[in-house]
Design a binder for this molecule. Structure first.
Ligand SMILES: [Zn+2]
Length: 109
């Protein structure tokens, strides 16, 4: 892949990946919110399981269930968001920036 700056002809081009970053961050938040629901469910399941093992197991099951639910949600959301953002970068946004003259443009295709 050899992209040239349409303005100054330089080949020192960098990608901005704006959509990917924003998408990833948004996804983590959205996923975290969704994950919260799973966390509550996880905590409930953990507590139910823990009921058979006494108070210490209830606490442990509650924390473990919440952690797993929240983390899985955030991670899934982050990956999905970054994927959507990266598609946005390629299709919609001007994702390339010339290092020499700072001209911003989209990939020629
Ligand atoms: Zn340039």
């Amino acid at each position: 892949m050899c992209i040239q700056c349409p303005q100054c002809g330089s080949t020192r081009i960098t990608t901005r990946d704006l959509g990917k970053k924003v998408g990833g961050a948004t996804g983590v938040i959205a996923g975290g919110v969704t994950g919260w629901t799973s966390a509550v469910t996880g905590a409930r399941v953990g507590m139910t399981v823990g009921l058979m093992g006494g108070p210490a197991v209830i606490a442990l099951g509650c924390v473990a269930g919440a952690l797993v639910g929240g983390l899985v949600g955030a991670a899934t959301g982050g990956v999905a968001g970054a994927k959507i953002g990266s598609v946005l970068d390629q299709r919609v946004l001007d994702n390339l920036e010339c290092v020499v003259c700072e001209h911003v443009f989209s990939a020629p295709e």
